[in-house]
Design a protein around this ligand. Structure first.
Ligand code: FES
Length: 148
């Protein structure tokens, strides 16, 4: 099946019901997208599908015909970090970093739909992304930094 990933056409040999996460990681070596829970609960596997935050562990590739998939690798096409990545680095958000890719992708989706979110809106939107190190206050700060 044909998929559009990071502005490139890719042909997947996987079965239609295969979850996008495994196609990204195992077939196309896009390992920035992480496997956390595999059940749609942690957000580690978040990518953008047509600009919307999407749990790739829950998304069969059969649902993605004609849609634009963006992974963390697709954020910095010019070789420069995306402004959201810059903000997360500036605030020194991460400890273990496992949730980083999903957090950044969710933040990109949030700021696309709401460029100036309130603290409450940030917390509400990011609610589905879990950080096992508990860096939530810094995540909120980084999102506010990226929005400023
Ligand atoms: Fe997909 Fe946890 S791995 S939500």
């Amino acid at each position: 099946m044909e998929l559009q990933i990071n502005e490139k056409k890719r042909t997947s040999q996987a079965l239609p019901e295969t979850r996008l996460l495994w196609v990204l990681r195992d077939e196309f070596d896009l390992t920035g997208t992480k496997y956390g829970c595999g059940e749609g609960q942690c957000g580690a596997c978040t990518v953008l599908v047509d600009g919307k935050a999407t749990r790739s562990c829950q998304t069969p590739i059969s649902s993605l015909a004609g849609k634009e998939i963006t992974t963390i690798e697709g954020l910095n096409k010019t070789g420069k970090l995306h402004p959201v990545q810059e903000a997360y680095l500036k605030v020194d958000v991460f400890q273990c970093g496992y949730c980083a890719s999903g957090m950044v992708m969710s933040t990109v989706a949030l700021l696309k739909s709401n460029p100036q979110p309130s603290e409450e809106q940030i917390i509400d939107f990011m609610n589905g992304n879990v950080c096992r190190c508990g860096t939530y206050p810094r995540i909120v700060k980084a999102i506010q930094e990226a929005a400023s």
